[in-house]
Design a binder for this molecule. Structure first.
Ligand code: UDP
Ligand code: MG
Length: 339
């Protein structure tokens, strides 16, 4: 055990010495804010390179944008960091874009960050410090203040995490965001996950290693608007739940058992009533109501089963998660970087 720990920590030390950081930024219709965001990330990259000797690259994944995001991204200067631009063949969704970025990242450690400026580049340094100085493998962030969000949403989020974490050994932290840094070995672990239906927050918690949380104040979206609404959020929740846990199925079984037990008790009660008090059996209403309840619950449970079967189908088909249409790499100008 000790030998193993020592071995793994020397390996970490070795890799770290030659290590760099790939910053993966998924972008979907973000052409307006991209140049200024790039400027800010480059600034941090320059600092990291100068202060820590850390090589940095930025991987922009254009998730089939309908505006000129791809052209804008391609024109970005590689002043302090290498710039990769990966353009997907169509809009595959953020999770797929994150995977594309992970697959193209070449420098070991990987950081994921939104392309709309809501994840402040000024926080990159803090995350890097927790990784390099404190030796954490997964540094994830959580929004510090969520009080302003609607009550219903907060309740929904809570229910979602209660369900997904039910009976799990490794709990997915509530309110953790996609802004996170993974060390080289954590990123490698993430790459080994074979599933196509990806739920990054869940996966990067599931892999284990040393994890730490950093609270931050998310910035306001400067350009464009969020692609999420109630329906896409519900979709993502079902996606996350079914690809991650069988808790809904377990809930269905429990509910079934509960109903069966109630029915049994009720049956015994009716029998006793007839035998002891000689009451005959009235009550069409109770009959109709119970049939309707059971019918409804059964349909719901079949729906849940269907979700899982659908998920199995899409995993079995084993289609690629994304296709790359265009890919370019711009190497940082050495003289610039060394300044
Ligand atoms: N995004 C993406 N593909 C999509 C939708 C969004 O790559 O289909 C990117 C988007 O450009 C942004 C990040 O994912 O960089 C987060 O999106 P958004 O700001 O809409 O989500 P929110 O911050 O509201 O959760
Ligand atoms: Mg956003």
């Amino acid at each position: 055990m000790t030998a193993q720990t020592t071995r793994s920590s020397t390996r970490t030390a070795q890799t770290r010495a030659t290590q760099g950081l790939s910053i993966v930024v998924p972008v979907f219709n973000e052409s307006k804010g991209l140049p200024s965001l790039h400027e800010r990330i480059s600034e941090v990259a320059r600092f990291l390179h100068a202060k820590r000797g850390l090589a940095v690259e930025i991987v922009y994944v254009d998730d089939g944008s309908r505006d000129d995001t791809y052209l804008v991204a391609q024109a970005l200067p590689a002043t302090a960091a290498d710039v990769q631009v990966v353009s997907l063949s169509r809009n595959f969704g953020k999770e797929a874009a994150l995977l594309a970025g992970l697959d193209h990242a070449r420098l070991g450690a990987v950081m994921f960050m939104d392309g709309d400026g809501q994840h402040p580049p000024s926080l990159i340094e803090t995350l890097v410090s927790r990784w390099l100085d404190d030796g954490y493998d997964v540094v994830y962030t959580a929004k510090a203040h969520r009080e302003s969000e609607p009550k219903l949403r907060t309740l929904g989020v809570k229910f979602f995490y209660d369900l997904i974490n039910w009976g799990q050994r490794q709990k997915i932290p509530e309110d953790a965001g996609d802004f996170r840094l993974l060390s080289a070995r954590a990123a490698a672990a993430l790459r080994q996950m074979p599933e196509r239906n990806r739920f990054f927050k869940g996966l990067s918690s599931w892999i284990g290693f040393r994890q730490v949380r950093v609270d931050y104040e998310p910035a306001r979206r400067e350009h464009g608007k969020t692609t999420w609404n109630v329906w896409t959020l519900i979709g993502l929740s079902i996606e996350g739940l079914t690809s991650f846990t069988v808790a809904p199925l377990r809930l269905a079984s429990l509910l079934g058992a509960l109903f069966a037990a109630t029915a049994l008790l009720f049956g015994i009660w009716i029998m006793l009533e007839t035998i002891l008090f000689g009451k005959d059996v009235p009550g069409y209403p109770s009959l109709v109501v119970s049939i309707m309840i059971i019918g409804g619950v059964q349909l719901l449970m079949i729906g849940i089963l269907g979700e899982y079967i659908g998920k199995m189908l899409s995993e079995i088909k084993a289609r690629p998660v994304y296709f790359v249409a265009e890919h370019s790499v711009k190497h940082a100008d050495e003289t610039e970087t060394d300044k």
